[in-house]
Design a binder for this molecule. Structure first.
Ligand code: FAD
Length: 168
């Protein structure tokens, strides 16, 4: 495991302990097998010294939990890297852009809060995928067609933050 720049093992362990109290032990990942899932599967520098790898990951389930996680990380100066579904495969995937950064995996925040087919907008949490949104639109008979990029498994939020474009 690679610690982030300028963060001691003591600070890292203390932050992880506090993270566990917020989201539960099962949603804080520090074991090598779990953390490996957040590496960039398509990295051209896999296993090389300068591959960008996280030190761990946490999956909060609510805005309040995210706020608590950020406060703890700030206290221990532990850098965070948020992902929505982390499926931007081939462009870094869920890997951070600084080694040792702790991943904030927002996949559990997957509620579709509002879809308005009169004014044409939706409010979704970050873990909602295009497939989820499509199914919701079909189920509720909304008069909308989504403007999606290639991968239905990615998220509208990640795509918006990447300034993406769809096919329509
Ligand atoms: C095969 C393939 C084809 C694609 N085709 C297209 C295409 O046609 N058009 C197009 O526009 N895009 C395309 N993309 C890009 C992809 O669709 C979008 O980037 C996408 O929807 C990513 O969603 P994600 O949840 O995986 O994002 P993530 O990987 O989770 O996040 C993307 C970026 O946003 C940041 N981020 C994510 N969530 C948050 C958050 N809550 N707060 C702050 N920062 C956050 C992440 O740190 C990361 O830098 C393609 C990708 C692939 C793999």
């Amino acid at each position: 495991m690679k610690l982030p720049f300028d963060v001691s093992q003591t600070s890292f362990d203390a932050a992880v302990q506090e993270f566990r109290k917020i989201v539960g032990t099962e949603w804080v990942f520090t074991g090598s097998e779990d953390v490996a899932l957040y590496r960039d599967a398509y990295s051209l520098i896999w296993d090389e010294a300068h591959e960008l790898v996280p030190s761990g990951a946490i999956a909060p389930a609510s805005t309040e939990e995210v706020q608590a996680v950020v406060r703890i990380a700030n206290r221990y100066r532990l850098p965070l890297f948020p992902i929505s579904t982390g499926k931007n495969l081939g462009y870094g995937g869920s890997a951070p852009n600084m080694t040792g950064t702790f991943i904030v995996d927002l996949k559990r925040m997957n509620r579709i809060i509002e879809v308005d087919d009169r004014r044409n907008f939706c409010i979704v949490e970050p873990g909602v995928s295009y497939f989820d949104l499509y199914n919701h639109i079909q189920k509720h008979g909304k008069r909308l067609m989504m403007d999606i990029p290639d991968p239905g498994w990615g998220s509208p939020l990640g795509n918006a933050l990447d300034h993406g474009v769809g096919y329509t």
